[in-house]
Ligand binder design. Structure first.
Ligand SMILES: [Mg+2]
Length: 349
């Protein structure tokens, strides 16, 4: 096993913290960012608002019931993106190998350097220069570094050393393992698995017979084994939309109409998250359930709905040979990058 030093930096209640920084009247108050329309959802809740039970992704209406005295503010994405690029500029002082996970979260590979010194320096740079706090985790891989940054929020700094890994993981609920969502959590509960220690003690052969490759993966993660590298030029993320038609389709116009609406929605999603996409793919599932994927990688990354749609149309008309009825069509944007990052923009494909 390679011995890496990985840092995970995660800003605390990022949008809310920025608004509190910029308006002293908001300090100590329950601040909820997420638009002022009653149909929206909460993007970020300040720690004060979380005490009322308000959390991210909750409908604004529900938040207002829990916290009527809260201060509800719209999302000021331009401002948050600017702060984000300032944070990324701080990371660059300490390593070239960093992987943005979202606007306020990144992994840094500092193998061979003093991880603790770097983590302290990043925290203090962020505090002194931007007047904001971050929680930072340090360990030997991404999975553990992220758990470490979550362990002591806000303004935390947690290290999981090699000889502490198993005991750190043991008491955590099993859904702390990457990939264990609500559905898998229920499946595992049925097997009597509630905590990471239950996986640690399970027979790997049985897990593999039940869940295949994924059974091996959760077994390894439960022992703190994660070999995924920090990928500097890759958000290793994608966004997409797809729909299954009510009736199988052969009509190109119907397919193009679906692609048009996906293009608009995905372009909006990119704008909201501050990303650009480099690769555009189409997935088609035919009547007989066979699936085909085709993609194009652009020389200039985009978030423009017309470019996305024109590229999707090009792929559909030129890279598929549609002679069967289609059950489902999907559009996927991957190779996502931050435009603020000059390192990534200058990268040639
Ligand atoms: Mg955060």
């Amino acid at each position: 096993m390679t011995h890496r030093s990985i840092i995970h930096v995660d800003m605390d209640a990022f949008y809310a913290q920025i608004e509190q920084r910029d308006n002293p009247k908001l300090v100590g108050k329950p601040v909820i960012i997420g638009g002022t329309s009653s149909r929206g959802v909460v993007s970020t809740a300040s720690y004060e608002a979380r005490r009322y039970g308000v959390y991210s992704a909750m409908p604004i209406e529900a938040a207002k019931k829990l916290c009527p005295e809260g201060i509800y503010l719209p999302v000021n994405m331009e401002k948050y993106k600017k702060v984000s690029s300032e944070i990324y500029n701080i990371f660059k002082r300490y390593t070239k190998i960093y992987e943005p996970i979202s606007i306020d979260e990144a992994f840094l590979d500092v193998t061979g350097k003093d991880a603790l010194e770097i983590a302290k320096a990043i925290k203090s740079d962020i505090k002194n220069e931007l007047k904001l706090t971050a929680s930072v985790g340090i360990s030997i891989n991404k999975f553990l570094a992220k758990l470490a940054s979550e362990a002591d929020k806000p303004d935390g700094l947690t290290i999981i050393k090699k000889d502490e890994i198993l005991s750190f993981l043991r008491p955590l609920p099993v859904n702390k393992i990457w990939g264990v969502g609500p559905k898998m959590n229920r499946e595992l509960n049925k097997l009597g698995i509630y905590y990471v220690r239950d996986i640690q003690n399970y027979d790997i052969e049985v897990l593999m017979s039940l869940f295949g490759k994924w059974g091996k993966e959760i077994y390894e993660l439960s022992h703190g084994i994660d070999e995924r590298p920090v990928e500097p030029n890759n958000l290793s993320k994608s966004i997409g939309e797809e729909k299954t038609f009510l009736k199988d389709v052969c009509d190109i116009d119907v397919l193009l109409k679906a692609l048009k609406s996906y293009s608009i929605n995905l372009s909006n999603k990119l704008k909201k998250r501050g990303y650009l996409a480099r690769t555009i793919s189409i997935k088609i599932k035919y009547k007989d359930f066979t699936i085909e994927n085709r993609s194009v990688t652009l020389s200039i990354p985009t978030r423009d709905e017309n470019i996305i749609f024109d590229t999707a149309k090009y792929i559909l008309l030129n890279k598929f040979n549609i002679n069967k009825e289609i059950r489902l069509i999907g559009l996927i944007l991957s190779n996502l990058i931050y435009p603020e990052d000059p390192l990534q923009l200058s990268m040639k494909i």
